[in-house]
Ligand binder design. Structure first.
Ligand code: G4P
Length: 534
């Protein structure tokens, strides 16, 4: 406990400086561009310079990341840490594709706020909606950034209306665009009426120059746009769209900012909004619902486990969000699930291929722990004063396939690979006595997960596999009695989820499930959280 008692005031003070958030968006809304722009405007602490990107950008190069690039998706998550003003900002990357919503859910378990990024021409898109639902279910406050305002798009008021009507989140504009989408002249600060003009930059490679312009000057230069903006601002005031912190933090309203990540417009304003409005880490509830004070002894939540992140580092890393206390590299933590000690000699910050050693960290920070063989997503670590944070739920799989080693000489590698991917939470592995060890069933929320598994088994474990897709589409949790009842029924199978021993009854479709349910009155069939995008 010495680390806390030595500097009792330091932990809450450092926690107050942290802003830990993720950007949620539909692919192509500009998440990578915004991430790069945020890093450009702030001071990137880990000086990584490797921001996740698509082909042609600076980026990362591991075997299965190749697949990410080809498909334009981001599977692996990384963390970028910036210093901005007097704050430390931790930006967590979320996978861009709905098939990895389980992974996204885990990342969102580690943040205190989210930025919902909208494309000005497209508004709310399916994946944004899905991710927003996750934020709502976790009570994560959401800031909205309307991006690509340098391009023709929809009207600002119409976009706000869509946010309110579709997801029931009351928009509270912080900035307002002067000029329609595609003819952006600058941004008006809603609370004060101050106007900022931006000078163009080439492809966002340098910071956009912002210049405060007096009202009379801009009103004379852009009379039509200025008049339109004044009308809109008056309307906003009339409907009471002013910023309300309580509504933002409770998740009933969202501050909205406009800009263009590519040209840097509004990016600094977004950073300011994160510092001024987004919440700093708060005491996190343990599994019994008791909040663990920030200044309690060190504790953390494992939200992601990943191995083979690139050829040079074949080790396995657990990403841990610090929840309380001060983390110091080298300290020995206890793994709550097993009671075993875990030495943190190799604590790193990871972004893309870059790794830097982390000497200390505070609530809200993310630490990558190497040699994390025993750790699984959802696990708790603590120094003293035991704590158990609630598990991160597993989603209901909707796609099932039997996986078999294609090379009989590589069975050991096959088994090791399956075990590894299961414990990273890349896919759910289901087993049954009937099918045996050689033919586990993979269960996925989205089919792209299968591609990740087959490609990683082949490239990392040298275990090529074949997949036989099964016709099941629905899974329910059952019990041992249920497993007995369902024996011999057609289009139904009961499988054990290896990670937690939960029995899953899988059905070909929901009509079949309902028929079976009517047949066996006592049958336990509990729904699991739904994760796929529809
Ligand atoms: P993602 O990570 O959300 O999938 O999106 P990403 O940043 O890759 O952006 C998708 C496309 O949108 C990119 O164009 C990017 O340049 C563009 N973009 C992002 N922000 C803005 C913006 O503020 N204004 C405009 N006009 N475009 C923006 P691309 O042609 O697909 O890729 P690239 O060749 O430019 O990299």
């Amino acid at each position: 406990m010495s680390e806390v008692l030595a500097e009792p005031a330091r932990v809450p003070a450092e926690a107050r400086r942290r802003r830990t958030f993720a950007v949620i968006s539909h692919p192509d809304a500009g998440k990578s561009t915004l991430t790069e722009a945020l890093a450009l405007y702030a001071e990137v602490i880990d000086t990584a310079g490797a921001v996740h990107g698509k082909a042609g950008r600076r980026g990362v190069t591991s075997d299965w990341m190749e697949m990410e690039r080809k498909r334009g998706i981001s599977i692996t998550s990384a963390v970028l840490q910036f210093a901005y003003r007097d704050c430390v900002i931790n930006l967590l990357d979320t996978p861009g594709h709905g098939d990895f919503s389980e992974d996204t859910y885990r990342v969102l378990a580690a943040v205190d706020a989210a930025v919902m990024l909208l494309d000005a021409a497209k508004g709310l898109e399916p994946q944004t909606l899905k991710l927003f639902d996750v934020c709502r279910s976790r009570g994560i406050p959401v800031l909205t950034f309307v991006n690509k305002w340098d391009r023709p798009g929809r009207e600002a008021l119409e976009l706000l209306d869509e946010v309110e009507q579709t997801i029931g989140l009351r928009p509270m504009p912080i900035t307002w665009p002067l000029g329609i989408a595609g003819e952006l002249r600058g941004l008006v600060e809603v609370a004060t009426g101050e106007f900022t003009r931006f000078s163009r930059t080439a492809g966002g490679a340098t910071r956009a120059e912002a210049e405060a312009v007096p009202e009379a000057e801009i009103a004379a230069a852009e009379p039509e746009f200025w008049a339109a903006a004044q009308d809109e601002l008056a309307l906003l005031q009339e409907i009471g769209a002013g910023f309300d912190e309580k509504d933002f933090l409770s998740g009933s309203a969202t501050p909205v900012l406009f800009g263009a990540a590519l040209t840097g417009v509004g990016v600094r304003r977004l950073l300011d909004a994160l510092v001024d409005l987004a919440p700093s880490p708060e005491p996190r509830d343990d599994a019994d619902g008791n909040p663990r004070p920030l200044e309690a002894p060190t504790s953390g939540l494992v939200f992601k486990v990943q191995a083979g992140m690139d050829r040079a580092h074949r080790d396995r890393m657990a990403f841990v969000r610090i929840c309380s206390g001060r983390f110091e590299r080298g300290m020995v933590l206890t793994h709550a699930a097993t009671g075993r000690p875990f030495a943190t000699k190799y604590a790193q910050a990871v972004f893309g291929q870059q790794r830097t050693t982390v000497e200390e960290a505070f609530p809200g920070d993310i630490v990558g722990l190497v040699n994390a063989g025993a750790l699984r997503p959802g696990d708790t670590l603590y120094s003293t004063d035991p704590v158990h944070f609630p598990a991160i739920p597993s989603f209901a799989p909707e796609h099932f396939a039997v996986v078999r080693g294609a090379d009989s000489g590589a069975f050991k590698q096959f088994r090791r690979g399956i075990e590894q991917l299961d414990s990273e939470g890349v896919i759910q592995v289901l087993v049954s006595d009937l099918r045996g060890d050689q033919a586990p069933v993979l269960a996925a929320v989205g089919p792209l997960q299968f591609e990740v598994v087959t490609s990683r088994l082949e490239s990392e474990f040298r275990a090529p596999v074949t997949l036989e897709h099964l016709g099941y589409t629905i899974a329910r949790r059952t019990d041992a009695a249920g497993a007995e009842l369902l024996k011999g029924q057609s289009e139904v199978e009961v499988l054990t989820r290896r990670a937690d021993g939960v029995l899953l009854a899988v059905f070909s479709n929901k009509w079949r499930m309902e028929t079976v349910r009517r047949k066996f009155e006592d049958l336990v069939l509990e729904p699991l959280p739904a994760g796929s995008v529809r």
